[in-house]
Design a protein around this ligand. Structure first.
Ligand SMILES: *[C@@H]1O[C@H](CO)[C@@H](O)[C@H](O)[C@H]1NC(C)=O
Length: 394
């Protein structure tokens, strides 16, 4: 990103611009691969997977900054599109004006994925995974494919996702796993509130991820944060419908890395099942959660606005062993709005590993408009500062 041409690429008008020789003798230029020139068809019916992969192969092998351009129209990617590194190139931009379509039935785990890449940016575009047939199949309990993540980044660094829209994913919309330095901005995620497992953005085993100015309206967590996440920054996100922003579920396994240094600020939750949630299964684990700041959140009719659940178990076969995930130094500051249930603040921690260093500052939550809300604590230790309604139960 130190490349001075990077900023110029932000304008599509400059796409075709070839930079003349600016420095002594060497000619710096951007090479553009238009997927249509490489055989893709914008008709929504012809499989364009090969053209996209060919464009990627050429860009990946190039030593010049490369743009893969997807013009207007609908492009069917019938098969898994896996863009793999290592590349010679560390400056590849997808500029997408069109819509990428996935077939309604699909058997792979990931639809569009990037693995072992560095310096990849995606600007614009719509990913439409056409998940409704699969959700219906799963709701009816047939033997259905398990569904694919729409956009998956693994083991990659210096990634930008800007202005992308993801609709009706079959499973998660976007997953960031094992990555470093990822900037997600101006993203719009859309799926019905009752679509199963359509999490918006899931981050795990990653450091330096920023998610800003995005709207996430879906059937599961707006953003979920898995083990091994550090230095995560979430700001100005609109969430709902959905299950809120969740750290967890954790304690899935014993040897699990912790989650630390997470900031969530300026998020609005509308009609979600949870607001700011931390959840861990009740079983031994080396995992932990520490140094989390939840700041300036607005809740509108949220079922559980503030919740720590160390006994997470949505179905049967609950472990009941007490969570081994230690939760400490979590701050809630300036959290306002309405709860759809009476208990607006709930810290359900484990006797084996009580929550410590919880701080509530300027919290004002009411129940259903203007009834008094309650808070509930079990094995939670902390401090309340300023104006805290409902009164804290530490
Ligand atoms: C916490 O994460 C932010 C980015 O979200 C980073 O700027 C900051 O340096 C990190 N702090 C520590 C102590 O690592």
């Amino acid at each position: 990103m130190a490349n001075p041409m990077f900023n110029l690429l932000v304008s599509p008008l400059l796409l075709v611009l070839i930079f003349g020789s600016t420095t002594s003798g060497s000619s710096a230029s951007v090479v553009v691969y238009n997927v249509v020139s490489m055989g893709a068809r914008p008709d929504g019916r012809t499989d364009s997977t090969k053209a996209f992969l060919d464009a990627w192969e050429a860009a990946c092998a190039s030593v010049r900054s490369a743009v893969i351009y997807v013009p207007r129209g609908q492009f069917l990617l019938r098969n898994a599109a896996t863009f793999k590194g290592q590349c010679r190139n560390s400056d590849i931009t997808f500029r997408i004006d069109g819509v990428l379509l996935s077939p309604p039935y699909f058997s792979d785990d990931h639809w569009i994925s990037f693995q072992y890449v560095k310096g990849v940016s995606i600007y614009g575009g719509t990913l439409d995974a056409q998940g409704s047939a699969l959700w219906a199949c799963r709701t009816e309990g047939h033997n259905c494919p398990k569904g694919a993540t729409s956009l998956f980044f693994s083991n990659s660094e210096d990634i930008v996702i800007n202005g992308l829209e993801s609709v009706n994913s079959k499973m998660f919309h976007i997953v960031i796993d094992g990555c470093k330095n990822v900037d997600v901005r101006g993203v719009l995620v859309k799926a019905p509130g009752d679509s199963p497992n359509t999490d918006g953005i899931h981050v795990q085993q990653s450091t330096g991820v920023t998610i800003m100015r995005s709207g996430i309206h879906t059937g599961d967590d707006c953003i979920s944060v898995g083990p091994g996440t550090s230095n995560l920054w979430i700001e100005q996100v609109d969430c709902g419908p959905g299950h809120g922003i969740s750290i967890g579920s954790l304690a899935k396994s014993y040897d699990e890395p912790g989650v630390q240094n997470v900031t969530v600020k300026g998020v609005a939750f509308r009609g979600t099942t949870n607001g700011l949630r931390i959840k861990a299964w009740g079983r031994p684990s080396k995992g932990f959660v520490r140094n989390v700041l939840f700041q300036h959140a607005y809740m509108s009719n949220v079922e559980n606005p503030i919740v720590i659940d160390q006994n997470y178990c949505p179905h049967d076969h609950c472990p009941h062993e007490g969570s081994g995930v230690a939760i400490s130094h979590v701050t809630y500051e300036d959290i306002r709005g309405t709860s759809a249930t009476q208990v607006a603040v709930k810290f359900d921690c484990s006797p084996r590993n009580p929550c410590t260093g919880i701080r509530l500052m300027d919290v004002k939550l009411s129940y259903n408009g203007n009834h008094a809300a309650l808070s509930s604590c079990s094995h939670a230790d902390g401090t309340a500062y300023g104006f805290v309604i409902p009164a804290s139960c530490f």
